[in-house]
Ligand binder design. Structure first.
Ligand code: HEC
Ligand code: HEC
Length: 242
């Protein structure tokens, strides 16, 4: 999914012409505003070319996202689809803090319009032609099936990466790499801190949709919504068990 205009510098120049182009679903009036905000607040990590190679990038694991690759971890859309605009603005507003600490600061001072403008620019660079329709998890079952979730945690091979105790130290953990070729650690569930949000529905969505660009698979492909709820509940029981 590489965009036609895979460069922020190009975007800045092309903002005027882009207004007339075939940007189905994207709002051209926000592009020039978003480009300015991006260069001011984001390029220091994500790079002026949006390739994840800003001057501060080397200090972060995982690396700041290379938007030209078009992969996004935090999506509320079907397996393999692009994120929604709300997925992008939520990430920008909340930042990213996972079980190994913070990897992107929260930009909670932006207005909704500024957040939308930034999402627009990132969407364009990533080659998103149209925002996907969000999917919501089915309602959380009133009674959690923890025993089933525990069995699924082994059957679906979660433990191979995340470890039997969910400490992120499964047998495959040391071998895993992300799209940039850098080593990536499976989340440590004992911390109870998830990058894409700590609500049960957020965790369900991550297991359903996977984290694109990482070895974390999208289980929505072959696993039922009910089974994903069972394993979500089990993951939550592993929290605060250090
Ligand atoms: C201090 C460094 C830093 C700054 C500044 C920064 N980011 Fe990030 N950003 C990161 C890192 C690191 C990641 C990858 C985190 C991960 O994958 O765990 C990331 C990931 C992202 C993602 C990917 C979300 C997904 O679903 O995969 C988006 C979108 C994003 N940043 C947008 C922005 C925007 C917009 C700005 C400017 C307003 C910005 N970032 C500023 C470090 C930064
Ligand atoms: C091949 C290895 C692998 C397998 C199998 C795997 N994961 Fe993951 N998982 C990862 C990695 C790596 C990450 C961290 C990605 C990151 O930090 O960007 C992760 C992250 C997660 C997260 C954190 C999401 C967030 O918002 O921070 C959850 C929840 C999760 N996995 C649940 C599961 C469950 C449940 C299963 C089995 C049904 C599973 N994983 C199977 C590798 C794996």
């Amino acid at each position: 999914m590489v965009g036609k205009l895979a460069s922020i510098a190009l975007l800045a120049l092309a903002a005027e012409q882009v207004a007339g182009a075939d940007l189905i679903g994207l709002d051209p009036s926000l592009i020039s505003e978003g480009t300015t905000l991006y260069l001011e607040h984001c390029s220091v990590c994500h790079g002026r070319e949006a390739d994840g190679k800003g001057p501060l990038a080397s200090g972060f694991t995982p690396s700041p996202r290379d938007f030209t690759k078009g992969n996004f971890k935090f999506r509320s859309t079907k397996v393999g689809e692009a994120p929604t605009q709300a997925d992008l603005t939520k990430t920008i507003k909340n930042g990213i803090t996972g079980s190994y600490g913070q990897s992107m600061p929260a930009f909670d001072f932006f207005t909704d319009r500024e957040l939308a403008a930034l999402a627009e620019v990132i969407g364009l660079v990533a080659g998103i032609k149209e925002y996907a329709t969000p999917v919501a998890p089915p309602p959380r079952p009133r009674r959690a099936n923890i025993a089933k979730g525990k069995a699924l945690f082994q059957e679906l091979l979660c433990a191979r990466c995340h470890g039997d105790k969910g400490d992120g130290q499964g047998v495959l953990a040391a071998t895993l790499k992300d799209e940039s070729g850098k080593s990536i650690r499976p989340a440590d569930f004992r911390k109870g801190q998830f990058k894409g949000g700590n609500a049960p529905e957020d965790i369900w969505m991550r297991i359903y949709a996977g984290l694109d660009g990482t070895p974390m698979p999208a289980f929505g492909r072959n696993t039922s919504a009910a089974d994903i709820w069972a394993v979500t509940e089990y993951v939550m029981t592993l929290s605060n068990k250090e």
